[in-house]
Design a protein around this ligand. Structure first.
Ligand code: SF4
Length: 276
């Protein structure tokens, strides 16, 4: 979430919304301590697969795309990151087999000739004198208007969960339609490679559709966040501070798997103070 008081604009990224609906308190703390917002070793694998996918879809050969994947890992590991699952060596040992699975199982299912890494910042609506935007980057828009997003995961996705409440497909579908690249209903596909060093890690395609009603609902959700933090937004304007007050906690939601010592950087000063 980015607030520009001069322009009177508020911009939301889908990942911020996703985190907010998991745990508002975690989002508040990340705004106060942005250095804690680091990639994990598990997420770094995804960066490698993304680099490979992009170059293969742009027509580069496997050698060049594989080198780009390893370069992406090098770059990510040169930045501060959190070790939550595996050592650097292990990440490097996983990537060749995962790229091979992407190549064999997912790539043949992708319609070629589309656009990679489509960035957008689009008007969503008006609220209380503010102009509201959503922003993001779509991994791949096929010529037919189908959208793809590449994921790496420790276990298979449950389609019903993603179809029912995932925000990313809704916002990206809205973007693709607004940009004239797709039409509702938009076909959304997660192309997933499971994290594994074995010769042929499993892959999965999770497909569903997004319609106008989905973006209307997410817009209502966004307005509910704005109403909840109406005073924080005003306070930021008056005090030049951050939206997140250092003194007043937001809702602490632990009803999700990421509220754990492994995945939440604030565990030790939050739930971890009470429950080991
Ligand atoms: S420990 Fe749990 S409740 Fe506390 S900030 Fe992290 S995710 Fe939220």
């Amino acid at each position: 979430m980015k607030i520009d008081h001069e322009a009177k604009t508020i911009t939301f990224r889908q990942s911020w919304l996703n985190n907010y609906f998991n745990c508002p308190e975690q989002v508040r703390r990340l705004m106060l301590e942005p250095d804690e917002d680091q990639s994990s070793d598990a997420a770094i694998l995804g960066t490698g697969v993304h680099a490979y996918a992009e170059l293969r879809l742009l027509g580069e050969d496997r050698v060049v795309a594989t080198a780009a994947a390893f370069n992406a890992l090098d770059h990510e590991f040169s930045l501060p990151h959190r070790i939550v699952q595996m050592s650097e060596d292990k990440v490097y040992s996983f990537i060749p087999a995962m790229l091979a699975s992407f190549e064999r199982d997912l790539l043949p299912q992708v319609e070629r000739g589309g656009e990679c890494e489509v960035e957008f910042k689009l008007l969503l609506g008006e609220w209380n004198g503010w102009t509201i935007y959503v922003s993001g980057t779509i991994d791949y828009v096929a010529p037919s208007g189908d959208l793809w997003d590449w994921k790496t995961a420790g276990r298979k996705y449950e389609k019903w969960e993603k179809e029912r409440w995932a925000i990313q497909p809704t916002i990206y579908s809205f973007a693709a339609v607004t940009l004239g690249k797709s039409e509702y209903p938009v076909r959304w596909r997660y192309g997933i490679v499971l994290k594994s060093p074995v010769k042929r890690p499993e892959t999965q395609v999770v497909e569903f559709y997004r319609r106008e009603g989905h973006i209307e609902w997410v817009t209502h959700q966004i307005y509910s966040i704005l109403e909840t933090h109406r005073f924080d937004i005003d306070l930021q304007e008056n005090c030049g501070g951050t939206l997140a007050s250092p003194l007043v906690p937001w809702v602490k939601n632990d009803q999700h798997a990421l509220c754990s010592e492994k995945w939440c950087p604030f565990w030790s000063t939050c739930k971890g103070q009470f429950v080991v």
